[in-house]
Design a protein around this ligand. Structure first.
Ligand SMILES: Nc1ncnc2c1ncn2[C@@H]1O[C@H](COP(=O)(O)OP(=O)(O)OP(=O)(O)O)[C@@H](O)[C@H]1O
Ligand SMILES: Nc1nc(=O)c2ncn([C@H]3C[C@H](O)[C@@H](CO)O3)c2[nH]1
Length: 232
């Protein structure tokens, strides 16, 4: 099997699909640190003050989970380490980090990536990017309901999220660490529609098959079929 990373902006559906896909493929899910992240609410309240600390927190937790995930050739990861850099530089571009912080962060990330050279695998086998429009993103953020991510909490988040979508567009175009594919997150409701869920899983497994990363006779067994059922 293989290491798959899901990418995409806030609320795109990465955690949800990580759960579905890992059950479907019978692999282990690795989630981003959100509910146990003490810095995240502080950041949304005062981004100017907490950008740097939040980035270090994410880099640290992501690095630990990547090391675990890449030493076992059988996982699905919710977000990539490459997106940490996207977030940091996006925040730096709006004046939330100074030159020294930028330089220190970039050097630290570089050293961490070099450290990964010693792992059995450095990059994922496949990046699955979930593309969403601004409208979908906002709907999903509202649906999930984390208070500090809402536009009512900070109207400035509208610009922040629109900027994020632009940065993600360019980031995905430039990404070349592994094969990649994009899913239309506006079109597929893999949370409520069983046929959408089946289509999304079929797209991913077709890509893995084409890459030779699925065993030749791989068939969705009993447990995999359960992952397709809504409510599982
Ligand atoms: N394709 C989809 N169709 C409908 N609802 C979805 C879809 N994907 C996710 N959702 C819903 O949108 C919300 C956000 O999803 P999720 O938490 O998986 O996003 P995420 O990309 O992991 O976000 P973040 O980067 O902020 O952690 C959840 O309420 C989830 O149920
Ligand atoms: N500033 C910042 N830098 C990151 O590296 C980063 N990674 C994730 N996040 C935010 C987005 C969601 O609110 C929430 C869950 O993804 O955490 C980040 N925010």
């Amino acid at each position: 099997m293989t290491v798959i990373v899901l990418s995409g902006p806030v609320g795109a559906g990465k955690s949800s699909l990580t759960s579905i896909l890992s059950k479907y493929l019978g692999t282990k899910p690795f989630y981003e640190s959100v509910d146990d992240n003490p810095v995240l609410p502080l950041f949304y309240k005062d981004p100017q003050k907490y950008t740097y600390l939040l980035q270090l927190f994410f880099l640290n937790t992501r690095f630990h989970s990547i090391k675990k995930a890449l030493s076992d050739d059988n996982n699905v990861l919710d977000r990539s380490i490459y997106e940490d850099s996207l977030f940091f530089h996006m925040n730096a571009d709006i004046g939330r980090a100074n030159k020294l912080e930028i330089q220190t962060y970039d050097e630290l990330l570089d050293s961490m990536m070099k450290e990964l050279d010693r792992m059995p695998k450095k990059h994922p086998d496949l990046l699955v990017h979930i593309h969403v429009s601004y409208e979908t993103m906002i709907n999903r953020i509202q649906k999930r309901g984390r208070s500090y991510e809402q536009l009512t909490f900070d109207p400035g988040l509208e610009d922040y999220y629109k900027r994020m979508l632009r940065y993600y567009h360019q980031w995905y175009e430039d990404y070349d660490y592994s094969p990649k594919m994009v899913l239309d997150g506006d079109k597929y409701d893999f949370m409520a529609s069983q046929s959408d869920r089946e289509e999304v899983l079929a797209e991913i497994t077709a890509k893995l098959k084409q890459m030779g990363k699925l065993p030749k006779n791989w068939q969705a067994g009993e447990i995999a079929r359960k992952a397709i059922e809504i409510g599982q």
